[in-house]
Ligand binder design. Structure first.
Ligand code: PEP
Ligand code: MN
Length: 343
């Protein structure tokens, strides 16, 4: 249930409602927007029926939330969730691009990539330290050494770093080095891991599972939110279908659907969707046009020699060209659309 306050409601009005809701055994989640405050209540809503909340001072309306995901749904927040990322932010209407190698392979390549993607306009550097690989014989990442290199790259580039955590036992370790914890597609329904990152102080970048519906995806985000971590970035990275021409099928429709369903920022990973370098740019542009809040792109100084996902990694030059096209498309389509809305 969501309690919406009038724009002239006082702090005392809000506090009184919070106390009453808490007394009834429900958990209030306060969200303050630019003009109004709302309180989402989690728990047995029947207990609120006799409270006549609508008649309480400052309250404008009380709405039931039928969706199974409560904290993630749009109605539960007074405005979009904005997550600061270094000098940029994701979810605030700007376009945030996270870029870097699939795996951290060494110091040189990480620093070279970090400096290049920063120069091209990325707001964060990605790089896998613990890699989920289909085959146990593939390169599985440099682990702790990669985390140390990521921290060094942050120092040298000023970019926050994003890296995957695969195991509940590693959440503490990875959190000591990373600025954002990535939960990969293969772990989207690892509920122990979701709860563990939900206890963390670090923002979580949650990738959509290969066979997850949008509802499954939002319920996975709900796990993290329900553990107290309200900073979740959703990442559409393609789902598995019968199609084999691309590595995964990028679900472009998921972007506007998610933007309508949730207040959380939605970014797109065209690299894992495409599986092929030549398709990364068109998929990235499609994501921009569909209203995504940002991208996550794999970039490597020498893609043909990459130890993982070289086929889908962009060279530094190709990434810089992609950034130019993304900016040009945003300026023409998105900003014009916004101007028309204001007019
Ligand atoms: C990755 O980002 O390198 C990765 C493994 O992605 P996903 O979990 O989407 O496959
Ligand atoms: Mn990869």
């Amino acid at each position: 249930m969501v309690i919406v306050f009038r724009s002239d409601a006082s702090e005392a009005d809000v506090q009184t409602v919070i106390e009453r809701v808490t007394e009834m055994g429900l958990k209030p989640h306060i969200s303050k927007g630019e003009t109004r405050t709302i309180i989402g209540c989690i728990g047995d809503e029947d207990r609120l029926r006799d409270l006549a909340l609508v008649t309480m001072a400052g309250v404008e309306t009380v709405m039931p939330v039928e969706k199974p995901y409560k904290l993630a749904c749009r109605e539960f927040a007074a405005g979009p969730t904005v997550i600061p990322l270094g000098e940029g932010s994701v979810g605030n209407g700007e376009f945030a691009v996270i870029a870097g190698p699939c795996s951290v392979e060494g110091r040189e390549m990480l620093l070279e990539t970090g400096l290049a993607v920063k120069q091209a306009g990325a707001v964060a550097l990605r790089g896998g330290a613990f890699k989920p690989r289909t085959s146990p014989y593939s390169f599985r990442g440099l682990g702790l050494q990669a985390l140390e290199l990521l921290a060094e790259a942050r120092g040298r580039t000023g970019l926050p770093v994003v890296t995957e955590v695969m195991d509940t036992r590693h959440v503490g370790l990875v959190s000591r080095y990373a600025d954002v914890l990535q939960v990969g597609a293969r772990n989207m329904q690892n509920f122990s891991l979701l709860s563990e990152v939900g206890e963390s102080e670090k923002p979580v970048l949650l990738k959509r599972g290969m066979a997850a519906t949008i509802e499954d995806f939002l319920l996975a985000a709900e796990y993290v939110l329900s553990c107290g971590n309200r900073r979740v970035i959703l990442c559409e990275r393609g789902i598995r279908t019968f199609e084999r021409a691309t590595r995964n099928t990028l679900d472009i429709g998921a972007i506007p659907v998610l933007k309508a369903e949730t207040h959380l920022p939605v970014i797109v990973d065209p690299s894992h969707a495409a599986g092929r370098r030549d398709l990364v740019l068109p998929l990235a542009l499609a994501a921009v046009a569909a209203g995504a809040d940002g991208l996550m792109v794999e970039v490597h100084p020498d893609p043909d020699r990459a130890r993982s996902d070289g086929d889908q990694s962009l060279s530094l030059d190709n990434f810089s060209a992609l950034m130019g096209d993304v900016t040009a498309l945003r300026e023409t389509v998105i900003l014009r659309r916004r101007a028309a809305l204001i007019a």
